[in-house]
Every structure is written in C-alpha cells, then in structure tokens.
Design a protein around this ligand. Structure first.
Ligand SMILES: [Ca+2]
Ligand SMILES: [Ca+2]
Ligand SMILES: [Ca+2]
Ligand SMILES: [Ca+2]
Length: 235
C-alpha cells in the first residue's frame, strides 16, 4: 500500500466563541482531515495546547466538545488549541488544525466591596465621620465595589437600602448615594442634640440579567462641631 502521503487538513484555522457557562459535552466545532493515500483509513485526531484538558476531540469523528467542566472566563478567557490529525499507517506523520476559542462572559461574579474600613479578613464595612454642623450636600464618604465580569455584567450601581439612627429611628432621607460614583452625601442637617451615629446599608448591583448584588453596612458618626468663635484659630 502506498503510504507516503501525509494527512491533509483542508481548514487549518478555526475560530469559535463559547459561553463560559457551557457544560460538559457542549458541542464546539468539528474538524476535518483525510489521508490522500489510496484506501488509507482516515487520520486519528488528538488535542494539545495550554488547557486542552478542558476540551475533548473525538479521535474518529473530529467533533470537538467541552470536557473537564471548569471553563471560567475570569480565570482563562481564551484557548489556543492544536488538533493533530495523525496518519494511521505512519505515526509521526500528521497535519494540524489550529482552533482558537474565546469564552463569552456570563454574569457569574457578584460585586465585591473594596477599600473598606476593616481588615482584609473581616466582613466588609465602612465607617465615616462627619462634623455635626456640616451643611446640606456635604461629602460623607465614598463606597466602592468591583466586579470581575466584563461589560454590563460588571457595571455597578450603588443605592441606599436603609438608614437608621443609633436609636433605631428611620433616617433614610438624611443621606443620598450617587448611583455611579458611590459618593454618599448629606441631604438633611444632622441632629446635633441627640444623634451621633447613623447605621446605613448600601447595595452594589451589577447590570447583568439577572443582576447580582451585595450589601455592606456603613456607619456615619457625627463628630462635635468646633466651638463657635474658635474655628479661625484651628488647623
Ligand atoms: Ca498517509
Ligand atoms: Ca466565571
Ligand atoms: Ca463572568
Ligand atoms: Ca457581575
């Protein structure tokens, strides 16, 4: 039998996009190769390339599918695989198909608070102080969250869920949060006589469908105003 021809891969480059949520056995694509030798059996396929264990190519049919069950765009967003089509009569004689796979983002990450007031291993919280005589519109503090997804799935908007005084009285109209920046500002003057602490709960929500969100406690402490008449001396 004539066995001197190497297998032929008619389509040597394939590009494919795939959801990062694709489960095992999800069909990706099919590769083709043939052996031009007379009466030769078709080549056998096998895979290589970084992360190839997340995929499987059927040796006979060339069907490429998801395997391993650990696709995660946040860990690895693309794969550059090589499908080898090996000559059955002459091992070592092969053609190759380059398969590039881009993973499409799913909204599988929730916003995570950062720059919080506590230690890294504590549940996140923010603590801000504000002079009791601060005027309406004063900057109280800024919260910030990040989201490991991309695009709309990582676009965060902030909102105020609740606010109560240290006595448990509602105080939600006292504070406002800017949805994009996370800046908290004062909407009504603080009660200088009775209340020195406010407990707020803020929410960070991403733009995915469905959206994911996370909340955080925020404490705002009113600090005594400077004694009237002394402010021009203070630094
Ligand atoms: Ca051959
Ligand atoms: Ca993921
Ligand atoms: Ca994602
Ligand atoms: Ca997200």
């Amino acid at each position: 039998m004539d066995t001197d021809n190497v297998p032929v891969c008619p389509i040597p480059e394939i590009f494919h996009e795939l959801s990062e949520a694709s489960s095992n056995s999800t069909y990706v694509t099919v590769v083709e190769a043939y052996d031009p030798d007379k009466d030769a059996r078709p080549p056998l396929f096998y895979l290589s390339g970084e992360g190839f264990e997340n995929f499987r190519v059927d040796p006979e049919s060339g069907i490429l599918s998801v395997a391993g069950g650990s696709l995660d765009r946040e860990k690895k967003s693309s794969y550059s695989l090589t499908v080898h089509a090996r000559d059955r009569e002459e091992p070592g004689s092969e053609c190759r198909i380059h398969v590039r796979i881009n993973l499409l983002d799913e909204n599988d990450c929730q916003p995570v608070w950062r720059y919080t007031s506590g230690m890294e291993d504590e549940p996140p919280y923010y603590k801000f102080a504000l002079k009791e005589d601060s005027p309406i519109g004063s900057f109280v503090g800024k919260v910030s969250a990040e989201d490991a997804d991309i695009g709309i799935n990582s676009r965060i908007s902030y909102s105020l869920i609740s606010a109560v005084t240290q006595f448990g009285d509602p105080a939600k109209d006292q504070f406002g949060v800017e949805p994009r920046s996370g800046v908290i500002s004062l909407l009504r003057p603080l009660d200088r006589e009775l209340i020195s602490e406010y407990n707020l709960t803020l929410k960070a929500m991403d733009g995915g469908t469905p959206s994911l969100s996370t909340i955080v406690p925020v404490t705002v402490q009113g600090t005594p105003a400077r004694v009237h008449g002394c402010s021009s001396h203070g630094q």
